[in-house]
Write a protein that binds this ligand. Structure first.
Ligand code: BGC
Length: 789
């Protein structure tokens, strides 16, 4: 490696430390180095463009991955993403996200795993091992303290050293010790220093203490200080735009502000990564059995669904006993399968709950009612009334689309040069099924002209000129126009967008449509009537892209729109009401005790409806357990304020995060950490601790094969104010047939009994209770253990 480095000029070396565009590093053919390509992210591999012509398998959201409590399955999900990366020419995947669920208000809650550092670390390590087994790198992100979005580029997060070591850093440490090849540093600062220049955490802790030998890449446009970042442990600044290195870093080295050995050390890391991922020297070799993306997405989804309530075994439903099933909710037809922001991909297909249930219940009348539509923007034009939907990019490239929504950052469809694209057109023929007032909508940025038939119904721009790019992307706007149309008479609908110079690499444009229909009150009445005449009512409720997304935090935990009212009315009309919650993060379920069953499905990925049908009908067991406490009332949440004061957010609660805080405050959540029901029952028979390993024997006492997540918690026998009342020490998943007993082993390493004080780890000697539990609030067996100093 050092020989290669010695062949490079200072300019060449520095060029390898910064993006040449949005997603890649430059090649240096002379030394056999190819361009190293990066791509988001946590649920799928987008590739360098977001083009609909190049879809990506969309797995369930990270909250769902964590809800499986199944590292083996998550590793397989990681292997699938490794496979997708290789297919798309991606060397470095910008995932997983291991910031913690400190508060459900975090807009990116769905993109993080859990409120518990151990569960987060185990799931993340499995993900990384899976991806990297195919010779594709990962970047565990965002180091550290990026647990909310408000003022994320500038906020300084104050975290005590103990909380950093015991709560926020362990997932990163776990991944580094599992062999992760990359870390992404966060936008925010920690204790006074921006993370991309944080020498203490990035150099001293990450690299020197943990022995991390991979690269630290900045979050996109996070690095702003040439010398500070160079001396602060950062290796790669991304992307090319507004990059503080390049020329400026060469000058800083020449001026003696940054030693050239520092540059060499970074280049060594970049080349080491390049060699690992096949961008330098031979490509990674090995036999990788091809995974079926849909099958993996389906399995993870079903395993992640958390059945939080199931009165009188309402679920699973018995198909033979059903004549008519009501499926209700806008999200039943248009499931929200992933969260907003950089984790977005375009899946090849999405199976909606209605489609999945309909397919699995042939011979049963599956009837649909919207009931409530929480989406603030109209859905994109699509479906049988639309024919010939096409997109034309400045007359240079055109392609068909299934729905009238476009979204990309970076590469353009057809690999067009953004400089050559000053506009686009989405057009199609619309033949209304019904007479009346059809509403069309435009959203995106730039200037638009919308025509319906002969009529121009909109001409204008939705944002003020000069609005910042990030805000354009993350705070979209919409304009609506109503047009009266006759059923069966086709009209041409054309949306033309004029794109400002230099902006074509970032597009997010939708032509929306809503047919004439009932108002909000009428929709609920219609749904309740349908439910009353059905054997069972399945209501799908959830959040929208305007509620859960990167770029902003949530302002409420309530379900948006009239969904609560819808559930109450449907449940009043039919006692067999099953509510399916389609949200990546906790939402309030004020009616939950009045419905027959509640299933949390997170953002379930592209196979959403198929997995849901399997779980509702008992083909598969809902395998999930809560990775995070679900509140009954927002005001009970330990942290409900993420607004910086004078640019600062202080994590005053220290190590009391998630259930540790709920317990300290003696508050009852709606559903405890670890909660989740299956379709069988379990008896916990025996627990003993042998040589630092807990051995737990359980028996399946129900009538069908099942899967149990055995959770092991540790409690100090003499509680004190300094430490949480208990914490997760480990877990194991087992499967067993009826009457079968199985024994699981869970290691209790030294760290379980340690705290961080005076710059080091210290074992807290004394008596502990080791608890084998079905959930935090459902302990089954307890043994005592004395730990020596
Ligand atoms: C996000 C990162 C992401 C990057 C590139 C940033 O805004 O915070 O998580 O990897 O964009 O898309």
């Amino acid at each position: 490696m050092d020989e290669l480095i010695s062949e490079l000029s200072l300019e060449e070396k520095v060029s390898l430390l910064g993006g040449q565009d949005f997603w890649s590093l430059p090649e240096i053919a002379r030394i056999g180095l190819r361009s190293l390509v990066m791509s988001d992210g946590p649920v799928g591999v987008r590739g360098t463009g977001w083009a609909p012509e190049d879809p990506s398998v969309a797995l369930p959201s990270p909250t769902a991955l964590a809800a499986t409590w199944d590292p083996e399955l998550v590793e397989r999900a990681g292997r699938l993403l490794g496979q997708e990366s290789r297919r798309k020419g991606v060397h470095l995947l910008l995932a997983p996200t291991v910031n913690l669920h400190r508060t459900p208000l975090n807009g990116r809650h769905f993109e993080c795993f859990s409120e518990d550092p151990l569960l987060t670390g185990e799931i993340a390590a499995a993900f990384v091992t899976g991806v990297q087994s195919l010779g594709v790198g990962t970047t565990v992100k965002h180091l550290v303290g990026n647990d909310f979005e408000t003022e994320r580029m500038t906020v300084d997060v104050r975290i005590s050293e103990r909380a950093l070591r015991e709560v926020y850093l362990p997932p990163f440490e776990r991944v580094v010790r599992a062999g992760g090849w990359g870390v992404m540093s966060a936008y925010n600062g920690v204790n006074g220093s921006p993370m991309s220049s944080h020498a203490e955490l990035q150099q001293r802790v990450l690299k020197d203490e943990w022995g991390f030998d991979g690269i630290v890449v900045s979050d996109w446009r996070a690095a702003r200080d040439t010398v500070g970042a160079a001396l602060g442990g950062l290796d790669i600044a991304m992307p090319a735009m507004q990059n503080p290195w390049g020329e400026a870093l060469v000058e800083a080295v020449r001026a003696g502000l940054v030693p050239e050995e520092e540059i060499d050390a970074k280049v060594r890391r970049v080349l080491r990564l390049a060699a690992r991922v096949g961008a330098l020297g031979p490509p990674p070799s090995g036999e990788w059995p091809e995974l079926d993306g849909s099958a993996v997405a389906h399995e993870v989804a079903a395993r992640s669904f958390v059945l939080v309530r199931n009165e009188d075994f309402t679920l699973p439903l018995e198909p033979a006993a059903l004549t008519r099933v009501a499926v209700i909710g806008a999200l039943a037809l248009d499931a929200r399968v992933l969260g907003g922001g950089s984790a977005t991909v375009t899946p090849p297909h999405v199976i909606s709950p209605l489609e999945g249930i309909g397919r699995s219940l042939s011979g049963v009348d599956v009837a649909y009612a919207t009931g409530a539509d929480p989406r603030p923007f109209l859905p994109p034009a699509r479906g049988p009334e639309w024919t010939g939907l096409r997109v034309d990019l400045a007359g240079k490239y055109d392609f068909a689309v299934g729905e009238a929504a476009l979204r990309w950052i970076g590469d353009l469809p057809g690999r067009l040069d953004p400089a050559d694209v000053d506009g686009l057109t989405i057009a199609g023929t619309f033949t209304p099924a019904v007479d009346g007032e059809h509403v069309f909508a435009v959203s995106g940025f730039g200037t638009f002209v919308l025509t319906v038939g002969e009529r121009e119904v909109y001409r204008g721009a939705l944002h003020a000129e000069g609005t910042e790019r990030g805000e354009l992307l993350l705070s979209p706007r919409e304009h609506r126009a109503a047009v009266t149309l006759a059923a069966g008479v086709p009209v041409e609908v054309i949306l033309t967008q004029i794109i400002p110079a230099g902006m074509a690499h970032t597009v997010s444009t939708t032509l929306g449509h809503r047919p004439p229909g009932p108002d909000a009150a009428e929709m609920i009445t219609e749904a309740a009537a349908l439910a009353a005449g059905s054997d069972v009512a399945i209501v799908v409720v959830g959040t929208t892209e305007q509620v859960e997304s990167e770029g902003f935090d949530r302002t409420s935990l309530a379900l948006p729109g009239t969904q609560d009212e819808l559930v109450r009315r449907v449940a009043a009309a039919n006692p067999r009401t099953v509510v399916v919650v389609n949200a990546g993060a906790p939402v309030l379920l004020p009616w939950a005790d009045d419905v027959a069953a509640v299933v949390l499905t997170w953002f379930p990925g592209q196979e959403a409806g198929a997995a849901l049908a399997d779980v509702l009908l008992g083909v598969l067991e809902p395998g999930g357990r809560l990775p995070t406490t679900w509140p009954r009332r927002a005001e009970d949440c330990p942290v409900l304020d993420v607004t910086p004061q004078g640019g600062v957010v202080s994590y005053d609660e220290g190590v009391f995060v998630g259930y540790r805080a709920w317990q300290r405050a003696s508050r009852e959540p709606h559903y405890a950490f670890g909660h989740g029901l299956g379709y069988t029952t379990w008896s916990y028979e025996a627990l003993r601790v042998v040589d630092g390993t807990a051995e737990i024997t359980v028996t399946n006492t129900g009538a069908r094969e099942g899967r149990e997540v055995i959770q092991v918690y540790v409690r100090p026998a003499a509680p004190d104010d300094e430490r949480p009342a208990e914490w997760l020490a480990g877990f194991a998943t087992v499967t067993a047939h009826p009457d079968e007993s199985v024994t699981a082993r869970v290691d209790l390493p030294e760290r379980t009994f340690q705290t961080w004080a005076d710059g080091g780890w210290h074992t807290v000697a004394g008596d502990y209770e080791i608890v084998a539990a079905h959930a935090l609030d459902d302990p089954r067996l307890v043994v005592s253990l004395t730990v020596g100093a």
